[in-house]
Every structure is written in structure tokens, then in C-alpha cells.
Design a binder for this molecule. Structure first.
Ligand code: NI
Ligand code: MN
Length: 227
């Protein structure tokens, strides 16, 4: 069984096949994060796009742990120049990593890096776990787009979707995204971190469960589920 832990905002930790995979590890400046960037373990770090609330502490964590960063080619080139291990991919491309198959999916957003460098195009991740074939979709920061239906055709067990509005989908569009993706379970993310993205996740959960066959799990930062 894989353990999936929400670290607040868009950050997750996955434990599978004896490896720890971090997604968008924004910890030090994240008011909701409970885990320190100095303590967290990592073998791989997945970065959806170049914005500071997703790149987060990735560079320092990779330097300390020796973890390999998986992201788009532009972000990987930028990080490799700073001396960390990277594996660059690009939209639509997948690769068999030791813990599972990782495919980069579309995201409608920006991706500039903190110093203004070109961070390529933003992405989401569709991960098929090696240990049990379960599929997880991390949407990244994105607006609603119709091709979520194509991603849903792959059969998603768990989706992490932004509901915060303002920078990403809000609750109404995230509900429409659930209809297109049809995941077994959805976790709302990217809300309440800052006042501008304050949302009622419990209310959203009720709406999704009333209108679709998808179950919703509203996690507290640091809380885990098994997949
Ligand atoms: Ni962003
Ligand atoms: Mn963001």
C-alpha cells in the first residue's frame, strides 16, 4: 500500500516501494505546513511549475538528500545548473521511474521561475504506482480545461485538485473537473493558504458527493491516506 500525505497547499509526500516522493514541496514559507524542509525525506521531487509556492524548498531538499528532481526540461535545466540531480520530461511524455510511471499532463497556468527565468510550460502529473498500478493525478495549478476528460479516460484512483479560485480553478470549476476526470477519490488542495484563496472545502465535498459518484477526502495538513 502507498501512503499519500498532504503537506498543505499543493505539497504531498508519497511513500511507495521504500521510496519517498515529494510533490511541490512548499514548506518553509507555507503557513499551513507542519513539516520542516530540513527534516523531510526525499528520493524524488516532482515540480509542477516554476512558481515559488510549488518549487518551494525543492532545491535545498535536493541538495541535502541527493533526491532527483522530475519536472519539465526548462525547470530541470535551471536546477541542474545549481548542482542537483534532475530528470527532465515534457508535456505528454511519460517515463518509468523506480517507483512508477510518471506522465506530464497539461495545465493552464504560468511557470516563470523566481528569478524571472523561463520555466517552460506548467504541468500536472499522472503517476501510475509500480507497487499496485493505482493512478494518481496531481493537476498542478490550472484552470478548467476540456481535455481533463482524456486524462480521466486513463482511470484515476486519486486526484488532487485546486479549489482555491483566483490563481486556479475555484470550487465550481473544480466540480466540473471532477465530472470530466471521474476519479474514485478527490482531495481538494491549494486553498486557505492565503486569504485570497479562502474556501469552504467541506461544502465543496458535499456538493461533489451529491452530484457525482466521486468520494472526497478533505485532509488536514500532515494527514495521510493509504492508496
Ligand atoms: Ni502557480
Ligand atoms: Mn500555486
Amino acid at each position: 500500500m502507498a501512503k499519500v500525505t498532504w503537506l498543505g497547499h499543493a505539497a504531498f509526500s508519497l511513500e511507495t516501494e521504500g521510496k519517498t516522493i515529494l510533490v511541490d514541496p512548499f514548506l518553509t514559507r507555507n503557513p499551513l505546513a507542519l513539516i520542516s524542509a530540513d527534516k523531510v525525506e526525499a528520493d524524488y521531487i516532482l515540480i509542477t511549475h516554476g512558481h515559488g509556492d510549488h518549487l518551494g524548498d525543492a532545491l535545498n531538499i535536493a541538495r541535502r538528500t541527493g533526491a532527483t528532481i522530475i519536472s519539465n526540461a526548462e525547470i530541470c535545466d535551471w536546477l541542474a545548473a545549481k548542482g542537483v540531480k534532475v530528470h527532465g520530461q515534457h508535456l505528454g511524455g511519460g517515463f518509468n521511474h523506480p517507483f512508477g510511471y510518471v506522465k506530464l499532463t497539461l495545465a493552464l497556468h504560468g511557470s516563470a521561475l523566481p528569478d524571472g527565468s523561463n520555466g517552460g510550460n506548467p504541468a500536472g502529473f499522472l503517476i501510475t504506482l509500480k507497487e499496485n498500478g493505482k493512478k494518481m493525478y496531481f493537476a498542478g495549478d490550472t484552470g478548467l480545461f476540456g481535455d481533463m476528460r482524456l486524462i480521466g479516460e486513463e482511470g484515476i484512483d486519486l486526484a488532487a485538485l485546486p479549489i482555491g479560485d483566483n490563481f486556479t480553478m475555484g470550487p465550481a470549476d473544480a466540480l466540473r473537473a471532477v465530472r470530466l476526470l471521474q476519479p474514485g477519490l478527490v482531495i481538494p488542495i491549494h486553498y486557505n493558504t492565503f486569504p485570497v484563496i479562502r474556501q469552504d472545502a467541506s461544502l465543496w465535498a458535499k456538493e461533489v458527493e451529491a452530484e457525482t459518484s466521486t468520494k472526497v477526502k478533505v485532509l488536514s495538513p500532515g494527514e495521510s491516506i493509504d492508496l
